[in-house]
Write a protein that binds this ligand. Structure first.
Ligand SMILES: [Zn+2]
Length: 93
């Protein structure tokens, strides 16, 4: 088994710790995170600031908790195609 993989238990513990460090606030929109919401869009998700595929790791410094929805937004914003599209659009208007 690879040592890089994290099982559910470790992941849960990390998530709790990072959530506490963030004061229970989403690192993206800065509003409260709540584990007990039904909607998947508002459930806290564990995110790597630098994606594992870009050389990021599982250290607490590289982890943050975001709403599911905010996590999707972040992915869009850091997506180069999306960013260049926005830049093009701004040139047009
Ligand atoms: Zn959020």
């Amino acid at each position: 088994m690879s040592s890089v993989r994290r099982n559910g238990k470790v992941r849960k513990r990390l998530k709790r710790r990072v959530l506490k460090l963030q004061g229970n606030l989403c690192a993206f929109c800065n509003t409260e995170l709540n584990n007990s919401v039904d909607s998947i869009e508002f459930q806290p998700t564990l995110d790597h600031k630098f994606a594992l595929s870009l050389g990021g790791d599982w250290s607490e410094d590289n982890l943050q908790i975001l709403h599911g929805f905010c996590n999707q937004m972040k992915k869009l914003i850091y997506d180069e195609d999306f960013v260049s599209l926005v830049i093009q659009y701004e040139y047009i208007i």
